[in-house]
Design a protein around this ligand. Structure first.
Ligand code: ZN
Length: 153
């Protein structure tokens, strides 16, 4: 697999641990967007794009995030601790949309993205720095719905 391009969108003055967004182009053919670079307790790591897992309200059938305490549609109180747990016993609240399928690929992708991130930080300190273009992404929306997930990792 050849990584043809990595774009990094640095985020500054974040209160949470999100440091940047990245997009990755594979073999000049496929783009994976919405990759997050997060400052974790043991250093930076890469989170692949993910979606919230949902389940249905027993009363009205409305869909709710597994962490929701009340139904978005009918307001019924929802049980806590819904959904499955991961191997470490933590609730599984998100599912990756695109991800490497084995450890070697994961290491390769993460290494390349973190390397691009560090280069982007160096570039950003140069006079006349222009951030890479990401006009296809609505980061504002992402920052608004920024979940609790990453703070737990
Ligand atoms: Zn409901």
């Amino acid at each position: 697999m050849e990584i043809s391009e990595i774009r990094i969108k640095l985020l500054e003055n974040q209160r949470d641990k999100l440091r940047a967004f990245a997009s990755l182009t594979v073999d000049r053919c496929v783009v994976v967007r919405d990759i997050k670079i997060i400052e974790g307790p043991s250093g930076l790591f890469v989170a692949m794009p993910s979606r919230k897992l949902m389940d249905r309200c027993f009363d009205c059938g409305g869909k709710n995030h597994l962490r929701a305490r009340y139904c978005n549609d009918c307001g019924a109180r929802l049980e806590s601790g819904r959904g499955e747990s991961d191997l470490r016993g933590r609730p599984k609240l998100y599912a990756d949309i695109a991800h490497p399928i084995h450890q070697a690929a994961r290491d390769f992708v993460q290494g390349a993205i973190l390397s691009a991130y560090r280069s982007e930080i160096v570039r950003s300190q140069e006079v006349g720095y222009v951030a890479q273009s990401f006009e296809d992404l609505d980061y504002q929306a992402y920052e608004e719905e920024w979940p609790e997930k990453e703070l737990e990792e």
